[in-house]
Design a protein around this ligand. Structure first.
Ligand SMILES: Cc1cc2nc3c(=O)[nH]c(=O)nc-3n(C[C@H](O)[C@H](O)[C@H](O)COP(=O)(O)O)c2cc1C
Length: 191
């Protein structure tokens, strides 16, 4: 078994995907991992919608990419360019065949934290299965429009829920990106 620390160190955000869909078994395990994330007060209030409909995910991905605020001089990755690095990328979901939307109760103080804990569990499980992934932001704004509200209704997401983030999934197209060195001076142990 691969050590968890090795998985954590080697997992990379992937933005270049092959078109083929991940297997049903892989999807189920990744969704299960999300459900076992810690949640504030043990509330387990996050809901995950796994979207495997390319037309729909392209529509949402287009909305998502349009919401990116570009900062002068910002740079994310040469090996796996993000929409910040390459403004010609048409979708904030990079063509990934599965786009999971993580919703959480709007009024909960830990709504965002719970959602990203769910996302982290999912990307680690994905990596352990050789499925590539990325966490994607701007979910609130991506769903704050007629299409978003219509989809939430159709997916039976209660009105008091808000989309908090996305986890995109698929198989890597091209070489695996290299390890990123850690910045110094981020840890202190006080005894
Ligand atoms: C809260 C959060 C939001 C993120 N949003 C995006 C995003 O919208 N688009 C994107 O391409 N990557 C996004 N990422 C992925 C980061 O860019 C990525 O984790 C970072 O560049 C480090 O790369 P690594 O995951 O390969 O170590 C997000 C990551 C986090 C934790």
């Amino acid at each position: 078994m691969t050590e968890l620390i090795e998985l954590m160190k080697n997992r990379r955000t992937i933005r270049k995907y092959r078109p083929e869909q991940i297997s049903e078994e892989e999807l189920q395990l990744i969704l299960e991992a999300g459900q076992y994330a810690p949640s504030a007060g043990g509330a387990q209030s996050t809901k995950i919608v796994a979207l495997q409909n390319r037309t729909l995910s392209e529509k949402l991905g287009k909305i998502n990419v349009g919401l990116m605020k570009r900062r002068e001089g910002a740079h994310v990755s040469d090996e796996q360019p993000s929409i910040i690095d390459d403004p010609s990328i048409p979708s904030g979901f990079y063509g990934a065949p599965t786009v999971c939307v993580i919703f959480s109760k709007t009024e909960s103080s830990y709504s965002i934290a719970d959602s990203f804990c769910t996302a982290e569990n999912m990307i680690l499980e994905a990596y352990s299965l050789n499925v590539s992934s990325a966490i994607i932001g701007r979910a609130e704004m991506t769903f704050d429009n007629d299409l978003g509200r219509e989809l939430m209704k159709e997916w039976e997401i209660p009105e008091n829920y808000t989309a908090r983030c996305f986890v995109i999934l698929g198989y890597l197209d091209g070489p695996y990106p290299s390890m990123k060195p850690r910045k110094e001076n981020r840890i202190r142990i006080i005894r």
